[in-house]
Ligand binder design. Structure first.
Ligand SMILES: Cc1ncc(COP(=O)(O)O)c(C=O)c1O
Length: 416
């Protein structure tokens, strides 16, 4: 491959270049070597808690930063009550669950969390996965069959797409959040069982799923809709029940899926719904049956996080106030945040090399945002992703805005 490295992306290295499948393609290794200055923005080492201000390692040195990178939307990852609950479970239950939930890894704490999640979401039952990714993948692959069709938004998370691929069902895409495009996709696949898959908040775009309109279209075709509330659960809706609650459409989703890795500040995934469906899924979702249950210490922390999330709606109020403020200020600076209307905001740069250059400059100045490159987003939408949390103070946000203005705005003008 002789192409200019700046023009290549991760989508260019999928062919096997040698006769050894365990060897990385040499062109990829070379590309990484040439682009090491950019790639070293990835996998930064966090050397403190995922708090609004934290410390990462940058250039081999501890660097104090404003954190716009973590999913700790309500600040529960390091809440003192959550830490205390985890300590206590470590004492009573030890570290690991030491088995699949099906055989030996189900503790009383896991059962309690199932009950609490089901109660919280007003469902008959809930089941817990040891990762959000595995939960989405396992639920889709566990329920869809070869003769079915998964109809996915073209910005769907990879866990959902991979679940559909694993089920060997037919897949069909519709334009992001577009009811007309969904209508066409459903009409094209008439005569099969159809499952429309949407998200509460899209993790790269930071916009809400267009739930009422998409549900109406799916309904008119008699299709069921599955919702991934990974980024919206506990952080959206009056009671924290997600985007479906916010739009008043909870009853339209027979199953609701979410993660504990975002607003809960922990790890894992869950799906809630009818007893019968979950009884079936417990046996057919491979990441559930064939993988170890979450450590009890994590479950105890999630139980406490859920309790706090229910008890303190003011955390959601604070999160949304911060998000609205940050949006308005970014807009005032002329920074493109695409379709975002939530606490997840892409800061669109559009040019890969410039994005990585600016990414270093932002870190040097003490602002931590995540680089998002193609193919995670379209080439012309290459961006930073900023996540605002309830724990950011106005001073944190203003300092972040000053850094963004000093770093991005003059560059934008120079390039205009
Ligand atoms: C929409 C969506 N679904 C599922 C997942 C997987 O969740 P986890 O990170 O908990 O494995 C993510 C992760 O970011 C996500 O954004």
């Amino acid at each position: 491959m002789n192409e200019d490295p700046a023009k290549l992306s991760l989508s260019n290295f999928l062919a096997g270049e040698t006769d050894d499948p365990l060897q990385a393609p040499p062109s990829f290794t070379n590309w990484m070597r040439v682009g090491a200055w950019a790639a070293n923005l990835y996998e930064p080492e966090l050397v403190a808690t995922a708090d609004a201000r934290t410390t990462i390692s940058y250039g081999g040195q501890p660097k104090s930063v404003i954190n716009l990178c973590s999913y700790n939307y309500l600040g529960l990852a390091n809440h003192p009550e959550v830490i205390a609950a985890a300590h206590e479970a470590l004492r009573t239950h030890g570290l690991g669950a030491c088995g699949s939930p099906m055989l030996s890894g189900m503790t009383d704490l896991h059962r309690e969390l199932e009950r609490r999640v089901a109660q919280f979401l007003q469902r008959e039952d809930a089941m817990i996965f040891n990762s959000g990714f595995g939960g989405a993948l396992g639920t889709i692959a566990g329920l869809l069959r070869k003769t079915d069709v998964a109809i996915l938004d073209n910005r769907s998370h990879l866990s959902l797409r991979d679940g559909a691929v694993l089920s060997r069902c037919r897949t069909e895409k519709f334009e992001h959040n577009d009811p007309a495009s969904l209508d066409t996709a459903l009409a094209r696949q008439q005569g099969r069982r159809q499952l429309v898959i949407v998200e509460g908040i899209y993790s790269m775009e930071g916009d809400f799923g267009n739930l009422p309109e998409l549900l109406a279209v799916a309904d008119s075709h008699g299709a069921k809709v599955f919702i991934d509330e990974a980024h919206s659960m506990l952080a959206c809706g009056e009671h924290g029940r997600g985007a479906a609650e916010r739009f008043g459409v909870q009853d339209h989703f027979p199953l609701v899926y979410g993660t504990f890795s975002k607003a809960f500040g922990a790890l894992g995934g869950f799906v809630a719904g009818s007893k019968e469906t979950l009884q079936y899924l417990r046996f057919y979702a491979h990441p559930y049956v064939y993988s170890c249950a979450l450590p009890p210490v994590v479950i105890a922390a999630i139980l406490k996080a859920l309790e706090i999330g229910i008890r303190k709606p003011e955390l959601r109020t604070q999160l949304w106030e911060n998000a609205d403020y940050f949006h308005a200020q970014l807009g005032g600076l002329g920074i493109d945040t695409g379709a975002s209307t939530t606490y997840i905001m892409p800061i669109v740069i559009g040019d890969r090399e410039r994005m990585y250059r600016l990414g270093h400059e932002l870190r040097r100045r003490g602002l931590w945002v995540a680089p998002v490159d193609y193919p995670a987003v379209p080439q012309h939408r290459i961006c930073f992703r900023a996540c605002v949390t309830a724990k950011h103070t106005r001073a944190d946000l203003d300092e972040a805005l000053n850094i963004l203005e000093d770093t991005l705005v003059p560059t934008a003008l120079q390039n205009a």
